[in-house]
Design a protein around this ligand. Sequence first.
Ligand code: MV4
Length: 479
Amino acid sequence: MNKILVANRGEIAIRIMRTAQKMGIKTVAVYSTIDRNAPHVKFADEAVCIGEAPSISSYLNANRIIEMAKTLQADAIHPGYGFLSENAAFAELCETHGITFIGPKSKAIKIMGSKLAAKEAVSQYNIPLVPGIDEAITDTKKAKEIAKSIGFPVLIKASAGGGGKGMRIVEKENELEAQMKRAISEAHSAFGDGSVFIEKYVSSPRHIEIQIMADGHGNILHFFERECSIQRRHQKVIEEAPSSILNPELRKKMGEAAVKVARSCDYLGAGTVEFLLDSHHNFYFLEMNTRLQVEHPVTELITGVDLVELQIRIARGEKLPMAQDDLNISGHALELRVYAEDPLNDFLPSVGHLKTYKLPSGPGIRVDNGFEQGMDIPIYYDPMISKLITYGKNREEAIQTMIDAISKYRIEGVETTLDFGKFVFEHHAFKSGRFDTHFVPKYYTPESIEQHKKNDAEMAALIVAKHYMEAQNKLRLPR
Ligand code: MV4
């Protein structure tokens, strides 16, 4: 493999190119017209424009990207996350054109892209699933029977959904019919597939996911868990590894289950198996993400592996260079996604001009960044600007480093989720490790940040006043 085209933008494109460079592989960036001066373009050995700003004309333009890969003689494409990363047709198109897709085979993407096909695939592998049905249901009478047998509340999910899209909680039997009709019609218009199914609603779960890696020689490893319960509206904001709730025994069980999920779909490359963990420490398979995830750095920091390097090696046909017993957790890592969003205004995108943009640095701090001071943040794409990742020998140290690093970030021109992050990291529920997926709606109000800021401002004022008085006292020393 001599040259990799990275079919993405922002921090992840740079992250991937860094490892390619380290491995002596040339890199090609693709960009839309609005990104022509973006850091990922400057970072690459070669760069090529693939279309206008809207994703559909550029980063989602599969044919154009393949054409450019061929023209520039790239022998592999790394899709990053989002965009074409979980597009089975794109993976297939790469194969057809003799270009290595750095990811799983299209078959695995297809299976895991359908929640029902995923359940079907894992059904022979003794993986715990949430009580419910594993087939599409349209008959409301049958749905009622099933719901009654598993007990309310139940959750209606769209098979083609995922990441929380198309989910509906049903508390009582008399709401079921109306909710199902709505769910089916919504799934139709959102995904072009009206299949829905029913599961028992797990009321206060934690979201735990396991990183796996599979080579083409039958070896599958897991790289332990990431705790992703701190989300808002199904968008993760904070992730950590390891989870403070798992013990070695449960970790081993979940890791082994994740490996079996990967085996069930003949997986290749990096993948993530999502589980719900209920308050009794029962875990249930939810879905598998067939890509490198945004939050992969926390796993890299606690295991010391470069996951992108492993992806590339596997794509080259190499065997995984380690065994499960070689892998250990060392220390603790946290990630805060820094979005150009306004936490005081319902997290609406706050895109605009990055007037000031200075990143923190120091021991235990890693920033995966995609922007530079003076740039505009385009409205066309995800508003994540960078990821602040910290490492410590234990959780307390990682949290303290995080809080210090947040205060060293300097961003002017747009609102960001930095203050929101500070609120979470300083919250007693987060610090104690006792939280679940309801953390944000349960504890966060815009006032809580404003109060925080006020307290900080008052503290700053007190410090200044103290210094002032001390200075005054010195001045008043007897002459
Ligand atoms: C659930 C659930 C409770 N019970 N399934 C949301 C994202 C998608 N991957 C599945 N999700 C959930 N599925 C059952 N049977 C609760 C959620 C859920 C959730 C999961 C992970 C992280 C945050 C969440 C927030 C709300 C709901």
